[in-house]
Design a protein around this ligand. Structure first.
Ligand code: TRP
Length: 353
């Protein structure tokens, strides 16, 4: 594996263009390094898949360099005792590889193994105000659903830590879901202020939103592992059927796509449409007066059909944990190299030791 050249803050050299892709290609042109990540709190679910995982794989197949952070230091923002973190980190790698990430070309690493990345948090914190931190809508939402009675300092500051995830490797493209946009804004602000104060070093990373509208959980609320309303990537056909049978709908037998007034029904239509690469209105028309039961059957079949190959690959990979560990080991070594180099540049820019 040859390491691609380091991008610099001002470099706008076009990325290797992949096959034309109407969704991604125009946005990805000119970008080189993609970074995104997940908290190792549990298995990834269908919302992750359609919101970002699928995009990551597409970007990688277009020749962009893909970095993925297993955000283990974000797990302790809202819980006292992080449970089985190493095992959960390996399981994330399993989901990535099952979804099609190429471990030979991607750098998959954990926060806790990259000291220089974490050190960047200190200068970066000096670049944002307490008022800015406390009005972050995603942080507010997470506080509302936190398991702790008191809000930790890390909860308020983690968007700045997340800025370090992006800036340490000078990532310029971030495939994320809607909920992460406030954090991306923090990263852009930090980059801009650092550059103004100490000289240009960091590119301002850009979001790449999936074209898929936001998938909700089976309770028609935000899909989340911890809220018990998510179908995981590794779920089998029966579990999928059970979850979808229990999904919230409404008493109107006539099925129509109306996300604002009928969120539960519309969400199942959207899920079906995503799996079948169709328009949710068209799916609704087909079901017509069939009611919620027919809709749930259709959605179950669509999910099980679409995810069959991914699930088979996942089961195969799960049989060999050493591969998963090796992927993390190699990724951590590479992330450390990059982070050490960036920290050295930061020290020079700031005139510290
Ligand atoms: N906060 C993200 C989440 O909860 C995970 C994450 C950590 C991330 N670092 C990142 C996402 C950097 C994008 C870029 O899903």
């Amino acid at each position: 594996m040859t390491a691609p050249a380091e991008p610099t803050g001002t470099d706008t050299t076009a990325a290797t263009a992949g096959p034309a892709n109407p969704l991604i290609a125009p946005t990805a042109a000119g970008h080189r390094r993609v970074l995104t990540g997940d908290r190792p709190t549990g298995p990834l679910h269908l919302g992750h898949y359609f919101g970002t995982l699928r995009n990551r794989v597409q970007l990688q197949s277009q020749g962009l360099e893909l970095m993925i952070v297993v955000a283990d230091y974000q797990v302790i923002t809202d819980r006292d005792r992080p449970d089985r973190l190493a095992e959960r980190a390996e399981n994330l790698v399993l989901d990535y590889l099952a979804a099609g990430v190429d471990p030979g070309r991607a750098t998959i690493f954990t926060h806790s193994a990259v000291p220089a990345l974490n050190q960047l948090l200190l200068p970066f914190l000096s670049l944002v105000s307490v008022a800015e931190l406390s009005r972050n809508p995603t942080v507010k939402d997470e506080i509302a659903h936190s398991r702790q009675s008191a809000v930790s300092g890390l909860m308020f500051t983690y968007p700045v830590h997340q800025a370090a995830d992006l800036l340490f490797c000078k990532a310029d493209l971030v495939p994320v879901g809607q909920d992460q946009l406030p954090h991306l804004e923090v990263a852009r602000t930090v980059a801009r202020r650092f550059n103004d104060r100490y000289g240009t070093l960091f590119p301002e990373p850009q979001a790449l939103l999936s074209d898929a509208p936001l998938l909700l959980g089976t309770d028609a609320g935000k899909m989340s592992k911890s809220r018990g309303n998510a179908i995981s990537l590794g779920a089998d056909g029966d579990e999928t059927a059970r979850m979808l049978r229990g999904a919230v709908t409404d008493p109107d037998r006539h099925i129509a796509y109306d996300p604002e007034h009928r969120p539960g029904v519309s969400n199942l239509l959207l899920l079906t449409a995503l799996c079948q690469d169709r328009d949710p209105h068209q799916v609704a028309e087909e079901i017509g007066a069939g009611g919620a039961a027919a809709l749930k059957r259709t959605a179950t079949e669509a999910v099980n059909e679409y995810f069959r190959p991914l699930r088979a690959r996942r089961a195969e990979l799960a049989a060999d944990r050493t591969l998963l560990r090796e992927v993390l080991h190699t990724g951590n070594a590479r992330a450390n190299e990059i982070a050490n180099r960036t920290l050295a540049e930061v020290r020079t820019a700031m005139g510290t030791f």
